[in-house]
Design a protein around this ligand. Structure first.
Ligand code: NAD
Ligand code: TDX
Length: 343
């Protein structure tokens, strides 16, 4: 039986991956290593709970002892664990450096020591920086523009260096913006859906014309499972949805799906260094035989429906978690008190 270590699997994408792998492969056992930061939620892993094919280890990927315990006997590692929110990194990057760089180092050292068969480092399209026209290819230069993406870039290249220097069988993946169920409500889609449900303002940064390329989280998870079998060590793969949407259009679609008025849109002060546009070329992955399947309109409709039907998942975070409330006040109070001209 294969034994796979999935770090950060109490979060949004890692939990989707773990649930999917667990569902699809009964010859695989899964060890989860997660620190349970504000973004980690064991409810996301409920379908695995109690199974003999699942073990949960609460711990930090930057802690060698926790990593040694969790990785014992594993042949495959997927590292999802990260500090992931750009806005938080702009207000303090220390945790980002600890987890997104040092944590990757600790995992790589242990993977090298025990000799794993595959190590997938989940990187991000943000390491390329912004692109105003065209699409980023895997061979393009990296030019991250905020502390989050700079830290992820460090982890991305450190992982590659363990392949180039020591032959650790590392694969790096760079995905575009994910969306779907269990998305922590600090990110734009879940924040705007849940605010709209409650008739709260939707704080749209700047002129609202920034573009993101949306990838359904189930497509991301499926792409990673595909790469477990077909990915080649030492290679980097872009995983994009091919769904470019301007933020203001995304916001309007969410309001339309919920039957809420556009007057809820509140243009607010921009994110500093706000990347204008991301777009990924995914020919390399397509040539291997894999492409995403979820059409954005359908994916967004289903995601809105999921949040409408799962208030019991997000209300405790938004209404009772003091950490979330403090973050919301810190990032939005001033912005919402001084709205900008409508987009
Ligand atoms: P998330 O914020 O929802 O979850 C992160 C998880 O990592 C949480 O469970 C948290 O408890 C855990 N964690 C954080 N620090 C840790 C540490 N030091 N040790 C152990 N566990 C720790 O994140 P997500 O959106 O699911 O992103 C997962 C990965 O995918 C990240 O590496 C992120 O950079 C990458 N990524 C995300 C997106 C996106 O759109 N969300 C796109 C491309 C790449
Ligand atoms: O309140 C908001 N208002 C707003 O206009 C928030 C939270 C965001 N935005 C804008 C900023 C971006 O242009 O929406 C867009 C998406 O923002 P986020 O959801 O914060 O995602 P982004 O910054 O694009 O980064 C995401 O994709 C790449 C993930 O959070 C990263 O972890 C991933 O690497």
């Amino acid at each position: 039986m294969k034994k796979v270590l999935v770090t950060g699997a109490a979060g949004f994408i890692g939990s989707c991956f773990a649930r999917r792998l667990f569902r699809e492969r009964d010859d695989v056992s899964i060890v989860v290593l997660d620190k349970l930061t504000y973004a980690g939620n064991l409810a996301n892993l409920e379908p695995l709970a109690g199974s003999p094919r699942y073990r949960f280890v609460k711990g930090d990927i930057a802690d060698p002892e926790a990593v040694r315990d969790a990785m014992e006997g594993c042949d495959t590692v997927l590292n999802f664990a990260a500090e992931t929110h750009v806005d938080r990194s702009l207000q303090g990057a220390a945790h980002f450096l600890d987890t997104d760089i040092k944590g990757v180092f600790v995992l790589l050292e242990e993977a090298r020591r025990i000799g794993v068969e595959k190590f997938i480092q989940i990187s991000t399209d943000e390491v390329y920086g912004q692109i105003l026209e065209g699409e980023f290819k895997e061979t393009d230069p990296l030019n991250p523009r905020n502390p989050y993406s700079a830290a992820k870039c460090g982890g991305d290249r450190l992982a590659y260096s363990y392949w180039a220097s020591y032959g650790v069988p590392v694969i790096v993946t760079r995905a575009s913006n994910n969306y779907g169920p269990y998305h922590y409500p600090e990110k734009v889609i879940p924040l705007f859906i849940t605010n709209a449900i409650d008739d709260l303002p939707l704080p749209l940064y700047g002129d609202g014309r920034n573009v993101r390329d949306w990838l359904h989280v189930e497509d991301h998870a499926a792409g990673l499972i595909f790469l477990l079998e077909h990915g080649k060590a030492g290679e980097t793969y872009n995983i994009g949805g091919g769904n470019e949407v301007m933020n203001v259009d995304l916001t309007r679609r969410i309001l339309e799906l919920l039957g809420k008025p556009e007057t809820l849109i509140r243009p607010v002060a921009d994110r500093p260094g706000h990347d204008r546009r991301y777009a990924l070329n995914t020919d390399k992955l397509k040539a291997l035989g894999w492409a995403p399947t979820v059409a954005f309109d359908k994916g967004l409709e289903d995601t809105v429906k999921w949040f409408v039907e799962h208030e019991s998942w997000w209300r405790p975070i938004k209404e009772r978690d003091p950490e979330f409330k403090a973050w919301y006040a810190k990032n939005y109070a001033e912005r919402l008190a001084a709205p900008q001209t409508p987009a």
